[in-house]
Design a protein around this ligand. Structure first.
Ligand code: SF4
Ligand code: MG
Length: 312
């Protein structure tokens, strides 16, 4: 992904000047084969919009999205629909994207019909995929409401992998689940990655949730990537003050471990009226006059990329 931008028009009334909300502002990232990258940040930072742009569920305003060398932002609707076989999405609440009147069998048939998989193969594929996500044939003729939240997310995952895609974009896939169920789903995702050779983009507001499953992490703030790199490097020594605050907020499993939690002061500013210079400056304890006037560029520092004037 290169310099991805998404602007939404926000016009409150006919008499007001047109306003644009920069939901995503110049995001770049790479995803390697069989890799998981976590995209983290507070709600409203543009992470879901980024994820949806990758499948063109939302049309990006600018930028390139290269998949195996092809810029998918340039594909026709027909070509893009074909490519959706390779890039799939799992949502936070699978119920929202499932027709409650359809059985599991029908729900899982939909992508097969859309991609013209011969009918003779449907049942076998569906049963095999259910088995992969830990559900069985006996669930085939049940309806979504008959399942628990965790099981429904397994169905959501089954629907995403039934066409054997290369990439799955997971948008807060465990945020609505109990902690014990969360870890089951995270384990399942890891097993599926190994078995099917998947690459994941794992979107979450909670760094604690993604920390065990991701290989690399990208931290977003108000539509921009502020730090991105290998998980170990970022956890050992977060450089961006916002990353430092996010990491300090993760509860530690060892109660004796001393750590100081960095409390962020101030609210997340409105994306329609973002602060000048570094967008994080109103909440940053290191902010200087330079930070208030000049936007920091992404640069390579200590083996990762970070956008902060402290490292110029
Ligand atoms: Fe803080 Fe300045 Fe770095 Fe922004 S550029 S995070 S305000 S130190
Ligand atoms: Mg979101």
């Amino acid at each position: 992904v290169r310099d991805l931008e998404k602007r939404f028009r926000a016009q409150k009334s006919f008499f007001q000047a047109k306003q644009y909300v920069h939901a995503v502002n110049g995001v770049s990232l790479e995803l390697n084969d069989k890799e998981t990258i976590g995209i983290v940040g507070e709600s409203g930072c543009g992470k879901s919009t980024t994820g949806r742009c990758l499948l063109r569920l939302i049309e990006p305003t600018k930028g390139e999205i290269l998949f195996q060398g092809r810029d998918i932002t340039k594909l026709s609707k027909v070509e893009m629909n074909k490519l959706r076989k390779e890039i799939q999405m799992v949502f936070q609440d699978p119920m929202e994207s499932m027709n409650p009147k359809l059985t599991i069998r029908e729900i899982l048939s939909e992508p097969l019909i859309a991609h013209k998989i011969p009918k003779a193969q449907h049942v076998e594929l569906i049963v095999k995929t259910l088995d992969l996500v830990g559900l069985s044939e006996k669930h085939l003729f049940r309806y979504p409401h008959e399942f628990s939240g965790g099981q429904r997310q397994r169905i959501g995952i089954a629907r995403a992998i039934i066409l054997r895609p290369k990439i799955v974009v997971l948008d807060e896939p465990v945020s609505a689940l109990d902690v014990s169920v969360q870890s089951q789903i995270l384990n399942l995702l890891q097993d599926l990655q190994e078995e099917l050779g998947l690459s994941y983009i794992f979107i979450s507001h909670d760094l604690g949730v993604v920390q065990h499953i991701v290989h690399r992490i990208g931290v977003m703030y108000l539509g921009e990537m502020v730090e991105i790199g290998e998980k170990e490097k970022i956890f050992d020594k977060p450089l961006h003050p916002y990353t430092q605050a996010l990491i300090s907020a993760i509860p530690k499993s060892d109660p004796d471990e001393v750590k100081e939690r960095i409390i962020l002061t101030g609210e997340l500013p409105s994306p329609s009226n973002p602060p000048s210079g570094c967008k994080f400056h109103p909440r940053c304890m290191y902010a200087t006059d330079t930070c208030r006037s000049a936007k920091p560029e992404m640069r390579e520092v200590e083996g990762r990329k970070v956008a902060c004037h402290l490292y110029n």
